[in-house]
Design a protein around this ligand. Structure first.
Ligand SMILES: C[S@@+](CC[C@H](N)C(=O)[O-])C[C@H]1O[C@@H](n2cnc3c(N)ncnc32)[C@H](O)[C@@H]1O
Length: 159
């Protein structure tokens, strides 16, 4: 399986970069992982709704260049569908059984994802009602993909 994580914004903190590097190394046993970062726009303080929409549209345009018609697209969204780690593991496994060979995950920037990306998605996935910063979200997603593979292959991993 090829897994692409498309993200708006760069990783600025070393501790996040270290965690991403660690999970990327661990995942190399299970899938072909690719991480694509697109540039985020500066958000003015007290941005109007029009400015917010314009910023999201620009970031969305950058993400759209990388969307692949043949990939199964999962957007990370607070209002999305919730699953346990076990369910997430079997969901990814079942996609493979159905012949999906490429999954694209999308993580928005500080203002969230452009509607055009959300509309293209096959699934919207929520990790809770809480809002996580995009840098941390990338780490959490990688950990859950790793956990999912460990569950799928019946390999021990701390509960
Ligand atoms: C700082 S959040 C953006 C918050 C923005 N107000 C929104 O509603 O999307 C950055 C990105 O992280 C992801 N994210 C943050 N919290 C999440 C959660 N609980 N579940 C799923 N994705 C989340 C989403 O992709 C979001 O676009």
């Amino acid at each position: 399986m090829k897994i692409t994580i498309l993200c708006v914004g760069k990783i600025k903190e070393k501790y996040f970069a270290d965690a991403i590097a660690e999970y990327s190394k661990r995942l190399s046993r299970y899938c072909k992982l690719e991480i694509i970062e697109v540039t985020d726009e500066k958000t003015p303080d007290h941005a109007s709704q029009t400015e917010v929409d314009q910023i999201k549209a620009k970031e969305g345009e950058r993400l759209l260049k990388y969307t692949r018609d043949d990939a199964y697209k999962i957007v990370l969204a607070i209002q999305g569908r919730r699953m346990t780690s076990e369910k997430f593991s079997s969901y990814i496994e079942q996609l493979g059984v159905r012949g999906v060979s490429h999954i694209q995950f999308f993580i928005g920037g500080s203002l969230g994802l452009d509607d055009r990306i959300i509309q293209k998605a096959d699934c919207a996935l929520s990790f809770s009602d809480m809002t996580f910063p995009h840098q941390l979200m990338r780490v959490i997603l990688l950990e859950q993909i790793y956990r999912g593979y460990r569950i799928q292959f019946g390999e021990p991993y701390h509960k």
